[in-house]
Design a protein around this ligand. Sequence first.
Ligand code: ATP
Length: 227
Amino acid sequence: MKPVGILGGTFNPVHYGHLRIAEELADALALDEVRLMPANLPPLRDAPDVPGAVRLHMVRLAIAGNARLQADDREVSKTSLCYTVDTLATLRDELGADCPLVLLIGADAFARLHRWHRWSELFALTHFAVAERGGHPSIVDAPLDPLLARELAARRVDDPAQLRASPAGAIYLAPTSVLQISATRIRALVSRGASARYLLPQPVLDYIHEQGLYGPPEQRLRETSPA
Ligand code: ATP
C-alpha cells in the first residue's frame, strides 16, 4: 500500500518552501499523494488574519496541474480549534489501519512538537518526515525537549523505504533542498511593496495583489503578471 503524505500549516501564503518539501518527499518516500492541509485556527499561534477559505484557495492555485498534490479542506471547514492528533485519527479511520501515513514537517515545527496537544499519541497514528529549514538548526543539532529527543532517538530511521513497511511510528530526517523562504517574509515584502516574485507561484502572488492581501491598496498591482 502506498503511503499518503500530509503537510499541514497555516499557508499564509503557500510558497515554494512548502511545495518543494511536498514534491521532494513525494519522490523520496514514493508517496501516492501529498495532502496540503491549511489549519483554520492553529492552536499554538495567533489566528491568521486571512480566512481559511482564502488560504485554501491559494493552495489550490499553487498546486494546479500537479496530480500528486491535493488540497485538503477538512480543517479550514471547521469553526472550532483543530488538533493534529484528532485530524490524523480521522484520516487513519478513512485510510485504514495498514496504510502508511507520513506527516511532512519542517525542522522548526518538529522541534516544538512536544507542545502539541497529546503529542506522544501522534506516533501511533503517523510517521514523520522532517525537512531541513533554512535559518533554523538541523534537528540533529537543535536543543530538543528531553522527551522529544528520546522519541527521536528511538524512532529514527535512515532509509525512507522503512516508512513504507509500517503504518506509523518512524521518524525520517529528510535531506530536502534548503529554501530559506517563509510566509512571514513574503507578508513583510508585500506589505512594504517590495518584490516577492520567485518566492511563491506567480498565480498565488497575482491573487494576493488582486485581493489586496497583506499590503496597502496602492501597492497591490505592482507585480501582477501581464494578461
Ligand atoms: P510563517 O512564516 O507564517 O510562520 P511558514 O513559512 O513557516 O509560515 P507554515 O504554513 O507555518 O509556513 O509551515 C507549514 C509547514 O511547512 C511547517 O512544518 C514548516 O516547518 C514547513 N515549512 C515552511 N516553510 C518551509 C521551508 N522553507 N523549508 C522547509 N519547511 C518549511
